[in-house]
Design a protein around this ligand. Structure first.
Ligand SMILES: O=C(NCCc1nnc(-c2ccc3[nH]cnc3c2)[nH]1)c1cc(-c2ccc(F)cc2)cc(O)c1O
Ligand SMILES: [Mg+2]
Length: 214
């Protein structure tokens, strides 16, 4: 039984990044995934769009659905103000274990809480478990067929407030056509598409930013 791709990504971080330096962790993962083996991180092209939207929103409470190896958790958490927090949901325990180590290597463990389980089960428990009112920012990067049900669930659980920003990865590749229809035809959202490329490739992809209007 050999190593897994996430394990190899962790090793690349431990070998090439500087402990406590989030940017070096991001660069180490991007280098590895561009030159050694592809992986489904949001990547450096779409990552710059994520950075700019995040800086604009400056969230106190952020939610990420789909942690994978923690690459976007590090991208998000490194830009959060002091006392701001990121909760990230991961379904796969093996992914979560690697992400925890990568987030800790970046020195961001105090800003990030990784929750393991299905988003559909965890979202209804968030208010009580984390004593939070609502999220200021949500990054959707999990299973693409969960984007619509989980957005509806966030609405129904009162976890979105007037002005909450949803940013969805992969709306072109692998694609989230139902989600695009949902947010673009819904008067409760103001949506904008940011064209880009699929991580580490020249294939078309992009991010959809949707502001919840309450
Ligand atoms: O599947 C993806 N991402 C999802 C991973 C995940 N990590 N965690 C979850 C989770 C977390 C809580 C959940 N609760 C319920 N389902 C859950 C699923 N899902 C994904 C796939 C691609 C991709 C593109 C082109 C290809 F040829 C092949 C692949 C690119 C990307 O940027 C992705 O994000
Ligand atoms: Mg993605």
């Amino acid at each position: 039984t050999g190593s897994s791709r996430p394990q190899r990504i962790l090793k690349a971080v431990q070998k090439n990044a500087t402990k406590g330096d989030p940017q070096s962790v991001i660069s180490a993962i991007d280098y590895y995934c561009r030159h050694k083996e592809w992986a489904m991180n949001v990547g450096d092209d779409k990552g710059l769009i994520l950075d700019s939207v995040l800086t604009e929103v400056n969230p106190s409470m952020a939610l990420e659905l789909g942690t994978y190896c923690g690459y976007s958790s590090v991208r998000i958490a490194r830009l959060l103000s002091p006392n701001s927090k990121l909760i990230t949901v991961e379904f796969n325990p093996a992914f979560a274990a690697i992400a925890r180590q990568i987030i800790a290597y970046a020195g961001l463990q105090d800003k990030v809480t990784i929750v393991e389980g299905a988003s559909g089960d965890l979202i209804p428990k968030m208010k009580e478990r984390f004593g939070l009112k609502s999220f200021d920012f949500v990054f959707l990067d999990h299973w693409k067929d969960r984007y619509v049900p989980d957005t509806k669930l966030l609405e129904d659980c009162g976890l979105l407030r007037k002005g909450t920003v949803l940013l969805a990865d992969n709306v072109i590749c692998p694609g989230a056509p139902e989600y695009l229809k949902y947010v673009r035809n819904n008067p409760r959202y103001e949506s904008r598409y940011y064209p880009s490329v699929l991580e580490y490739t020249k294939a078309e992809d992009g991010l959809e930013k949707s502001v919840f209007l309450g």
